[in-house]
Design a protein around this ligand. Structure first.
Ligand code: C2E
Ligand code: MG
Ligand code: MG
Ligand code: MG
Length: 289
């Protein structure tokens, strides 16, 4: 009967829900141990000059190799880490490892590190960056920090002071995932960003007929130029997407069309002065995506 099946659905729902909650709690406990156990690695995705196909640097993307679960996506564990001050320890790990890895690369290459706004609540984030630069000896202009306003930031004044402190160190600032979440025009107006990263959700589908993404990509690129910022297009996978961002004079491209994120070892072995990558991928996106 309808009543029985209704109860069945309910039971199914609660079991699933409990399972998800348990998994989440387990993951959180494991996350605490993972730093001690050295289970994190940095992968690097080349950032490429869209005009010349020359690699100008890489974004460091953290990977968690869980002893039982295997690969866990940062999209899953970064939000968990942001609920505790674990994100600060993870963030410092990424910063330190990224800067010391970059010291091994040709001097023409920069490294970009993702920073959670939660890290700004730390006692002195600017001092931490300064110390890591000093200890690794990486020239500040080779470091770029990527910031998403993904988490509500309550004290904007303090955040602006931190941005200014970072600029004074000589590091570059990029606004990540622009156009999504809280990464708003107000944030852009107030903050001294050098670069704007166009989110992949706008690139995807931008080349389809009558796409509403396309004018957003175009307007974002134009606005960034007018504000003297450089731009990166994220998530470029196809040649028609590459053509579109090139036509809009987007400066840099990061996407599977050039390279997926690769291990630190592989990046180091491929990196050279004047490293060019031949783009390769489908001409256009499959219609069913
Ligand atoms: P993000 O900073 O916006 O990084 C770009 C994401 O897009 C990466 O996912 C990258 O692998 C993916 N991507 C790049 N090109 C393509 C493409 O052509 N197609 C598709 N489908 N995807 C592409 P990933 O590595 O899974 O990282 C997800 C997010 O996790 C990052 O987004 C960033 O917000 C966060 N994250 C990663 N590492 C760190 C870290 O060390 N600290 C902090 N706070 N967050 C991190
Ligand atoms: Mg990023
Ligand atoms: Mg991004
Ligand atoms: Mg993103």
């Amino acid at each position: 009967s309808a009543k029985n099946s209704g109860r069945g659905v309910f039971r199914f729902f609660t079991t699933d829900y409990l399972k998800a909650a348990t998994e989440r709690r387990e993951l959180e406990e494991d996350l605490h141990l993972a730093i001690e156990r050295d289970e994190f690695q940095l992968y690097y995705q080349p950032v490429v000059d869209a005009r010349t196909d020359t690699v100008v640097g890489a974004e460091a993307l953290i990977r968690w190799i869980h002893p039982v679960k295997g690969f866990v996506s940062p999209a899953q564990f970064i939000p968990l880490a942001e609920e505790s001050n674990l994100i600060c320890r993870l963030g410092e790990f990424a910063l330190r490892r990224g800067c010391s890895d970059a010291m091994q690369w040709p001097k023409s290459l920069r490294v970009a590190i993702n920073v959670s706004p939660v890290q700004f609540a730390e006692e002195d984030f600017v001092k931490i960056v300064q110390r890591v630069l000093r200890e690794t000896r990486l020239p500040p202009e080779r470091l770029e920090l990527e910031i998403t306003e993904s988490v509500f930031v309550s004290d904007d004044e303090k955040v602006q002071q931190i941005f200014q402190g970072l600029k004074n160190l000589g590091v570059r600032l990029a606004l990540d995932d622009f156009g999504t979440g809280y990464s708003s025009l107000g944030y852009l107006r107030r903050s001294p960003f050098d670069k704007l990263k166009i989110d992949q959700s706008f690139i995807r589908g931008a080349t389809e007929f009558a796409s509403r993404n396309r004018p957003i990509v175009e307007a974002t690129a134009t606005m960034a130029q007018a504000l003297s910022m450089v731009t990166t297009a994220e998530g470029v996978e196809t040649f028609d997407q590459l053509d579109l961002v090139r036509a809009q004079r987007v400066n840099y491209v990061q996407g599977y069309i050039y390279s997926k994120p690769i291990s630190a070892e592989e990046f180091l072995s491929r990196a050279s002065d004047n490293w060019q990558i031949v783009p390769s991928g489908p001409a256009r996106q499959r219609a069913d995506r």
